[in-house]
Design a protein around this ligand. Structure first.
Ligand SMILES: Cc1cc2c(cc1C)N(C[C@H](O)[C@H](O)[C@H](O)COP(=O)(O)O)c1[nH]c(=O)[nH]c(=O)c1N2
Length: 220
């Protein structure tokens, strides 16, 4: 295997990054086992603090468990609606579909075992949350690999974390990082749904790059 990437390969990765979407509408077609295996392997190749590899993946297909998670979503979503005060924004929020728990053929809970390799994880002590950040990197790898396979992933954080930890019987020290819905999407929209529906737009990159902020620097 060559250790350089051709122009064509480079284009593929940038196209993939832009084409990835958060998916809430799923078809009922099952996810092939070999594709799921590749997606999980992609996750497992993520970088991690001290090479800790703190993640685990809980595959959920049980209707009963999904229903319990969906109930947690519904309650949390109702609470969030109450937090919104402006009428217009509230109306828009009400229209958003923010999960596909029951429709997605597989749900995956991604966890972080904070005690793995304890007590000494190289590089974690000064920034204790780096094990959680590592787990998020694994999730992004999954998201991209799934997109390459034509499979969609939707992240659902509108759930009660403690309640879901109990439903999934996570042991002490194991944190729930993400609850994901996985399956073939009805479509991959060109833009984020929140952008399409006018909730929020993508910020211009140049407003986020602080060039020469210390004055004396000429170049980065
Ligand atoms: C940590 C975290 C948590 C959530 C999300 C994402 C991430 C990274 N997103 C998806 C989010 O709305 C989406 O990524 C952005 O709107 C941008 O859209 P694309 O992902 O580019 O399609 C998300 N979406 C949703 O419908 N319900 C949810 O609860 C969440 N929660």
């Amino acid at each position: 295997m060559s250790d350089t990437f051709s122009k064509q390969e480079q284009e593929v990765i940038y196209r993939l990054i832009r084409a990835r979407r958060d998916i809430r509408h799923f078809a009922s077609d099952p996810v092939p086992e070999d594709a799921l295996q590749r997606i999980l392997e992609a996750a497992h190749y993520a970088p991690s603090v001290g090479f800790m590899q703190p993640w685990n993946f809980i595959l959920i297909t049980s209707q009963e468990i999904k229903q319990k998670i969906k109930a947690s979503f519904e309650e949390t979503n109702r609470e969030q609606l109450q937090v919104l005060s402006e009428d217009e924004r509230k109306e828009l929020y009400r229209k958003l579909k923010l999960e596909g728990i029951m429709e997605a053929p597989i749900n995956i809970a991604v966890t972080c075992d904070r005690n793995r390799d304890a007590p000494f994880v190289l590089g974690r002590s000064p920034m204790p949350e780096t094990d959680l950040y590592s787990t998020c990197l694994a999730i992004q790898n999954m998201w991209l690999a799934a997109r390459a396979e034509g499979i969609g992933i939707g992240w659902v954080s509108l759930i009660n974390q403690q309640e879901v930890k109990q439903i999934l019987r996570l042991p002490a020290g194991v944190e729930l990082v993400a609850y994901l819905c996985i399956g073939y999407p009805t479509q991959f929209p060109k833009k984020p749904m929140l952008e399409e529906l006018g909730w929020k737009s993508r910020l211009p990159l140049k407003t986020l790059v602080y060039e020469n902020q210390w004055g004396q620097l000429k170049t980065f």
